[in-house]
Design a protein around this ligand. Sequence first.
Ligand code: SIN
Length: 285
Amino acid sequence: MKDFERISVTRLSGALGAEIGGVDLRQPFDELTLKEVNRAFLDHHVLFFRDQNLSPAELLAFGRQFGELNILQPLVGPDGLPEIMRISKEQQDDYAVGHVWHSDAPYAEIPPKASALYAVEVPDRGGDTLFANMYTAYDALSAPMRDRLARLTAVNGGPYIYSARGGGSQFSARDDARKEGDPVFSSAVQPVIRTHPETNRRVLYVNPAHTEYIEGMSPEESEALLAMLYRHGSRPEFICRFHWRPGSLALWDNRCTWHYAANDYPGQRREMLRLTIKGDRAFFK
Ligand code: SIN
């Protein structure tokens, strides 16, 4: 029996990531296709779709098939759609949003389940996005380290990635939003090891962009432990790398991956549209 009837699934690396073929994302999925895409999503953690041609409204309709969407632009979003964030780097910009390993919004009490990123304009070369598998990062830790980490919690904050260092031209827009109480400037305590609500597998849940410190440790201890975990989590064995073309779309499971936007295209423009799908539950309720 074939694994999939409606879609084709081509793995991108040993660690995670698969390219999905056979679908036009402008059309709603039928029941079987949605089931197969969801299965591939849980198996491969990040899915890539090529050669799509989506308007912002069609991107939203695609995202809604996986759950309720978060509001990302409390002030104003592209085309008046507050669920879409435009992530752009202009020719004169030095910094790119997301050029540090992170998962999306661990500073929210309930972080997103998934994120979708759609390429509108990409540089001739460079501007890839890298993804890392936090299941395998967890599995590759020693048993004593896993036991130790399972009892720890960490404070996660928003500002770094949207700051002038982390966000370049996005900063002023986000800074305005701050005045309106943008959740990006909140912080939340999260477990260092979380259990994925659908697969019940454990994952490493700290990241270099947002995790500020581990609770109950001295600053020196916390920094040393986090530095070790960041080196570990970004090992090449846990990674896949995606090269964008206009019309490519990535859908990642934000509960078990990190991602990193490579900032290696000086003088060129890149424009992406992003949405996030609401998460399932808070960890400490
Ligand atoms: C992000 O960090 O959400 C954006 C990643 C990218 O632009 O490649």
